[in-house]
Structure formats: C-alpha cells, structure tokens
Design a protein around this ligand. Structure first.
Ligand code: RBF
Length: 163
C-alpha cells in the first residue's frame, strides 16, 4: 500500500501555498466519529497554520460518508468557497456495504470536482478495521486530515496558476 512505508503527512511546509484570502468548506461524516473528528481537527489546524482565516472555514456534518458529496454540493451552492474537503471513514464490515459506500463517495466526489471546476478533496479513510483508521487519524501514519488540507491549498494554487 502507498502509505505503508512512509508517513505521507511529512509534507514540506515550504511547498505549501499560503491560505490567506482562501475560503474552504469542510464536510465531516458522523460515522466513526473518533476517527472523523480527528481528521477534521488535523485539517483545520493545518489550514490555520498556513494562513487560512478561522472565519473563512465553513464546517458542516453529514450522517455518513455516502452523504459527503451532497454535503459538499450544498456548501458549494450556498456561497463562494475555493475548495471543499470531504472527511470520512468507512470500515470494512461483514456485508458488502463497504464496497457500495466507497464506490458511491469516490464517484460522487470526482463528479463534483469536474462539474464545479473546484478542488473537492477526498479525505476518506477506507480501512479493514478501526485500528488502521486511528493510525491514519493522528496515529502512527500521521493524520490524513492534514494531508487533505495541504492538497486543498495546493489545488487552489494550481488553479490560480492556470488562469
Ligand atoms: N458510513 C460511514 O461513513 N462509514 C461506515 O463505515 C459506514 N458503514 C455503514 C454500514 C452499513 C451497514 C450501513 C447501512 C451504513 C453505513 N454507513 C457508514 C452510513 C452511510 O454512509 C450512509 O450514511 C447511510 O447508508 C445513509 O445513507
């Protein structure tokens, strides 16, 4: 797996664009809240660290990861945001729900990216168990919420350089 041998949260701070004047939406799934709240904390702390104003972060919650794309769409349509970060955690169970939720949220997020021409960041953990999820939500594999925030800032900057 891509993150097995390295902690991807070790980004170079000098490579992260400044977030001054940037507005960001964050949608958090309420399923597996120990994990998703840590992802949200990581994302918010990282945005603040790179200059995003606290008042420029719109934070909303949806029941589960399956609802993340629609939650993101509500934020986009309600006002001006430069990017939306979707945070969730889908844990493998005994039935095939895992596959359908992962497929739905992934497809939904990519469609939003292309429909709105906006970075909609995929910060959804898809793990075999809760331990693997916690390892990636502030544990030994870093915090994927931090990385989602960095990805948002980088994509906003990339868009600017293409305009
Ligand atoms: N939502 C998650 O964010 N993570 C999960 O691990 C998760 N597992 C689910 C398992 C089952 C059997 C069901 C019915 C739902 C699950 N959901 C999960 C909730 C799902 O994303 C969505 O909120 C609901 O299906 C309502 O549309």
């Amino acid at each position: 797996m891509s993150s097995k041998l390295k902690n991807l949260s070790d980004y170079k701070p000098q490579d992260v664009p400044n977030g001054k004047n940037v507005r960001i939406g964050i949608v958090v799934a309420e399923w597996n809240p120990d994990v998703t709240n840590s992802l949200a904390e990581g994302a918010i702390n990282t945005l603040l660290k790179f200059g995003v104003n606290e008042n420029s972060i719109v934070l909303k919650y949806v029941p589960g990861s399956f609802e993340l794309p629609l939650g993101a769409q509500f934020i986009i349509e309600a006002g001006k945001v430069d990017a939306v970060i979707c945070l969730g955690c889908v844990i493998q169970g005994e039935t095939r729900h895992f596959d359908f939720i992962c497929q739905g949220v992934t497809q939904g997020i990519i469609e939003l990216n292309l429909k709105y021409d906006l970075p909609i960041i995929f910060g959804v953990l898809t793990t075999n168990n809760q331990e693997q999820a916690l390892d990636r939500a502030g544990g030994k594999h870093g915090n994927k919420g931090d990385e989602a925030a960095v990805a948002a800032l980088k994509m906003i900057e990339l868009k600017k350089t293409c305009e």
